[in-house]
Design a protein around this ligand. Structure first.
Ligand code: 4AD
Ligand code: MG
Length: 405
């Protein structure tokens, strides 16, 4: 018989009656021999305890997934509930991948008044001139297409601990390069209680490797077609990236390496100056074509939100970029400046104090160490498919002087 959670909980006969219950997983507790699930279908405030032996794959049975459980209703040995469902068969109806590692998906806004990266590369949003707005300005403040969802994610990580977003971002970069678009997609994550770049880099490497293995196993034909016609040998290069631990060097070490090879570059590498694409690509080659994290960049080069390392004359922040073969920078991230007075001073120096009161408030009330990163989605495709120009991984690329179709 098919029972609702409520009917199952109120069942009188528990002498091995076979039933089927459907619902969403509210919690998973995995022990050596047994697996406890709590499922609910909204018919009751209380959830039904499902007991399964540990041969069931607990990775598939994630919080939020919908399941159909068949088994026997039995009397529960625990005082907490009268009955429990002894599972014989658990079928996933719809899985809940996003929460696999406990990240909650947040939709961050596309129109915003903040310039997260502080680089001034903003597209301003205004009503078309045909529209009459009573006040002089539609939003009362200047509004822009977002360059990053980070600041909004920081708000939400204060509620859910681990959050991510995936959406379009916009940059008015006057660049004709093979890795810049005016409109691109970004995966961004923000994690509360993260205290070291090490922890952050683990998540970044995990994301790159897991996503890539999933693409390789789920989209084998498409990837192989690309590799065959556009990037022969790319499969081996990818496998090389997947089977090695990513490397870590500091910005200062990177500059030392580059200086020794300065005859190769158009731009002379120098401490305090940003790395150019040619530098990034050289560093990856130097590291044996294994992705490399570059950490601790000069404070003066990075946005106001990055955490101060307080490290003497060569003043750096806890920033991290992941450089990958063929592309250079694929991820950008950092620990965030969670200390009120430090952030207050940084904002003051950038003349942003007034606009970012709400952001300072996050440090005023229950601040925690946290950090996050963003990965450019088109650059990710370039990297795994081996495609040289970013305009070839997107059907309608937007860049300077190009927005007709
Ligand atoms: O390094 P960025 O600017 O970092 C941020 O926006 C942070 N707020 C992210 C965060 O911590 N939540 O951008 C992140 C990534 C880059 O590493 C790059 O892959 C991609 O976004 N990206 C671009 N991709 C294509 N065209 C552009 N113009 C891009 N600008 C950045
Ligand atoms: Mg960056």
């Amino acid at each position: 018989a098919r029972l609702s959670v409520r009917d199952a909980l109120g069942a009188r006969s528990t002498n091995g009656e076979r039933v089927k219950v459907q619902g969403w997983i509210r919690s998973v507790r995995s022990q050596k021999e047994v697996l406890f699930l709590h499922i609910n279908d909204g018919s009751s405030l209380e959830s039904l305890q499902v007991v399964a032996d540990s041969s069931f794959d607990s990775r598939e049975l994630a919080f939020g997934s919908s399941v159909e459980v068949q088994g026997q209703l039995v009397k529960s040995p625990s005082k907490k509930q009268n009955v429990e469902l002894k599972a014989e068969k658990i079928e996933i109806v719809g899985n809940c991948d996003a929460k696999d590692s406990g990240f909650v998906h947040i939709h961050t806004p596309i129109i915003t008044s903040n310039d997260c990266e502080g680089a001034g590369e903003l597209f301003q949003v205004e009503p078309s001139s045909k529209i009459k707005v009573p006040e002089e300005n539609f939003f009362n403040v200047p509004a822009f297409l977002t360059v990053s969802g980070q600041l909004h994610l920081e708000v939400m990580s204060g509620a859910f601990t681990q959050v991510f977003t995936f959406g379009p971002t916009f940059r008015a970069e006057n660049s004709q390069s093979r890795r810049h678009l005016a409109e691109f997609y970004m995966v961004e994550a923000e994690i509360s209680f993260v205290e070291s770049l090490q922890d952050l880099m683990q998540v970044m490497e995990g994301l790159f490797k897991t996503a890539t293995m999933m693409v390789l196993s789920n989209c084998t034909e498409d990837v192989e077609l690309c590799h065959k016609f556009i990037a022969p040998g790319q499969k081996d290069r990818l496998e090389h990236m997947l089977k090695n631990n990513f490397l870590i060097i500091s910005y200062t070490e990177a500059v030392e390496i580059l200086k020794k090879a300065s005859q190769n570059f158009t731009f002379t590498p120098e401490w305090g100056v940003d790395l150019h694409t040619e530098h990034e690509k050289y560093l990856v080659k130097h590291c044996g074509n294994i992705p490399v994290f570059v950490i601790n960049y000069p404070l003066a080069l990075k946005p106001f939100y990055m955490r101060d390392n307080e490290d003497g004359p060569q003043h750096t922040v806890a920033a991290v970029d992941l450089l990958v073969p063929g592309v250079g920078e694929l991820f950008g991230g950092s620990l965030r400046e969670e200390r009120y007075h430090f952030l207050e001073q940084r904002l003051a120096r950038s003349g942003l104090t007034e606009a970012y009161q709400w952001y300072l408030d996050l440090r005023r009330f229950g601040s925690v160490p946290h950090g996050g990163f963003g990965m450019g989605f088109e650059r990710y495709l370039q990297c795994i498919l081996g495609i040289d120009n970013i305009k070839d991984v997107i059907p309608f690329p937007r860049f300077t002087h190009s927005c007709v179709l």
